[in-house]
Design a protein around this ligand. Structure first.
Ligand SMILES: NC(=O)c1ccc[n+]([C@@H]2O[C@H](COP(=O)([O-])OP(=O)(O)OC[C@H]3O[C@@H](n4cnc5c(N)ncnc54)[C@H](OP(=O)(O)O)[C@@H]3O)[C@@H](O)[C@H]2O)c1
Length: 321
């Protein structure tokens, strides 16, 4: 609901141009907030403009690897949201620089300007993980806490939605490949959560200051193994394909080569990440640190996924009679 308080509130969203970002920006605009989107290339963030009223969204330049640009983007903000994350390393975009030190810069800037912070991490963030992605997410959480103890930390499981990089990517692969790989047999369990529900959780966390200092784990209503998710995706796009078990060691070997593709399908670090289930913990459920505790009733895969995967069917949105 739009109130005078929300209209008077400036929210800086780091990473607002990404997949989750556009859902968050839309949810913030619906509530009437003034939104400053901090991105490396504001000239490429034009797609956000239709999500708000004229003048409601303003894009500025910021790079988490440059603390001064982060500080400038957080100036005068009442709320800061950090959605910046990377799935693989390229050039100077290293996990440590972006997800740990970059997250710290955002928290320090929010603290310096007296803003509240909502920091998006990931389920699986773990200092003891074999995966550098997971370790850097854990380091980021720790640095954020040290800089701004009252920050709210949200850890989603895998996020789905029209622009996701999971179902879209494997559905695209299934268009020309006769088989899809099941790393480690495809037993890793996920709890996919809709991007719109994560955005709703962020808006709820803003409205409720008591969420500060807590870590929420965000998962959808279903827990599915990787294999089950592939089967569901293939049934949705009506393309039967072979699902081939690939042991972790063999997957890692394949990933050693695949990681050099411009947008790698698999990296050795992602193979390590797949060794752990990616679901909401019992502790989070017991302690009320879930989507439901934030007042969000998560939607199912079936309610959303067919609405964007149809384009991978042989006959698109049409049925052959
Ligand atoms: N998608 C999932 O399934 C999932 C699951 C769990 C957690 N998460 C977390 O949720 C957050 C959002 O994920 P997403 O899927 O929306 O990712 P995304 O689509 O890749 O968006 C990431 C955003 O970060 C920006 N960015 C990257 N490097 C940056 C830098 N050095 N400085 C400033 N901005 C930078 C990107 O913009 P430019 O590259 O254009 O600058 C983009 O706007 C991330 O923290 C991610 O780890 C996502």
């Amino acid at each position: 609901m739009i109130t005078q308080a929300s209209v008077d509130t400036l929210v800086t969203v780091f990473g607002g141009s990404g997949f989750l970002g556009r859902h968050v920006v839309r949810a913030l605009c619906k509530e009437g907030y003034r939104v400053r989107v901090a991105v490396r290339r504001p000239d490429l963030a034009g797609h956000l403009q239709p999500l708000g009223r004229v003048g409601q969204i303003h894009a500025v330049q910021a790079n988490l690897r440059y603390p001064k640009s982060v500080e400038a983007a957080a100036r005068d903000a009442n709320i800061v949201i950090n959605l910046v994350g990377i799935l693989f390393e390229r050039g100077r975009q290293r996990f440590e620089a972006v997800q740990a030190l970059g997250a710290e810069s955002v928290a320090q800037a929010a603290s310096a300007h007296g803003a509240r912070l909502i920091h998006v991490s990931a389920i699986g963030a773990d200092e003891g993980s074999r995966s550098l992605y997971a370790r850097s997410k854990a380091a980021g959480e720790k640095l954020v806490r040290a800089a701004l103890p009252a920050a709210t930390i949200l850890r989603p499981s895998i996020v789905f939605g029209p622009e996701d990089d999971f179902f879209n990517r494997f559905a695209a692969l299934a268009r020309f490949s006769p088989a899809l790989p099941l790393v480690g047999g495809g037993h890793t369990r996920f709890q996919p959560v809709f991007a719109g529900d994560v955005a709703a959780a962020i808006v709820a966390a803003i409205a409720e200051p008591r969420t500060g200092s807590r870590v929420y784990e965000l998962g959808g209503p279903e827990v599915r193994s990787f294999k089950e998710l592939m089967q569901y995706m293939l049934a949705t796009i009506e393309r039967p394909r072979l699902l081939v078990r690939v042991p972790f060691a063999a997957a890692k070997l394949m990933a050693l080569f695949l990681q050099f593709l411009p947008k790698p399908l698999l990296t050795p670090d992602q193979v390590d990440l797949l060794r752990q289930d990616n679901v909401v913990s019992d502790a989070a459920r017991r302690e009320g640190r879930t989507l439901q505790a934030l007042g969000v009733d998560p939607v199912s895969l079936a309610a959303i996924v067919p609405s964007y995967l149809w384009r991978f069917r042989k006959t698109g949105q049409f049925k052959i009679a």
